[in-house]
Ligand binder design. Sequence first.
Ligand code: NAD
Ligand code: UDP
Length: 336
Amino acid sequence: MILVTGGLGYIGSHTCVALQRAGHALTIVDNLANSKIGVLERIRALGGGSVEFHRADLRDGPALAAAFERHPVEAVIHFAGYKAVGESVAKPLEYYDNNIGGTFVLLDTMARFSVHRIVFSSSATVYGDPQRLPLTEDHPLGAVNPYGRTKQFIESILTDVAAGTPGFRHATLRYFNPMGAHPSGRLGEDPRGIPNNLFPYITQVAIGRLQKLRVFGNDYDTVDGTGVRDFIHVMDLAEGHVAALRYLLEKDRSITANLGTGRGNSVLEVVGAFERVTGIRIPHEFAPRRPGDVASCYADVSRAFAELGWKTKLGIEDMCRDGWAWQSANPQGYPD
Ligand code: NAD
Ligand code: UDP
């Protein structure tokens, strides 16, 4: 049994499908802080395996322990947390409490149940402003906002716990920019309120919920002046977790690895790809740079390939096609 925290969220839900397809039985723990219960039935339908669900907050130790009690847990995949950079600046204590506090209770509970394997959702944001590209895992860390700092602290906590606990192994996965959806159009990204991220903003313009995209900055030193990111299809990212889990269970070593494509695409390239794939025009205008943004950010993915045997298979057009399949079939996201 694999216990998945935050399994009803965007990346967690897609990963739960991939994990079932790889033969894993799952227990999901989620408090629905940023997800809807209807996702569960879709995860079950698309994955075809066994999925138990516990509605619980990670910070509630007894409720979390109840999820560990039913079946022996082989490993944990830990997605649960808050992830909005801007909100983390406004509400740092909530971010430290939920992300670090939640991880603390989780690790404590794992220790009580002698569970020694964890895959953790970290982020490229831990690198801060890139000093060199592509970003390798040994690039200095320097998160520049409270959200990023929670990820950086949790990485340190995992390193410390591994050093002090014989047999404890972690796979720390630094995601770049996940985008797209399950190809069925049944699972996808369903942000609350106005999206902060580029791709859900584009799909909501396409569906008519938003009027026009604002492109933050067109004077960066990049191919066309707009920001460049390493966009990764969420299904490739999901498979990266299956590979990391296999690594932990078979190789019995810890690893920190970037999960990206290794290529950068600019904001205007993403808009162009979306328009080509869907035939829908995305009205957009240039706006000032967004504070805190870097010009370019993309991964060196050689470690993930060498160690996990994983690399991405899908490109930007696949992300646009599948993301649009989701948004067009679910214009308002998941039902309440
Ligand atoms: P998401 O918000 O869609 O999913 C997170 C899930 O965790 C939600 O279902 C939410 O209800 C749940 N949750 C939050 N706090 C909880 C708590 N205390 N107890 C139980 N459940 C809780 O986010 P996502 O995009 O799927 O991201 C998953 C993880 O990956 C997060 O840790 C995020 O920081 C990290 N990450 C995401 C991105 C991205 O661009 N989406 C990039 C890098 C890293
Ligand atoms: N972006 C944009 N308009 C938007 C949202 C994002 O131009 O409405 C740009 C943003 O400035 C950055 C890129 O798209 O260059 C990716 O931003 P996102 O927030 O999706 O991810 P980040 O890399 O910041 O985590």
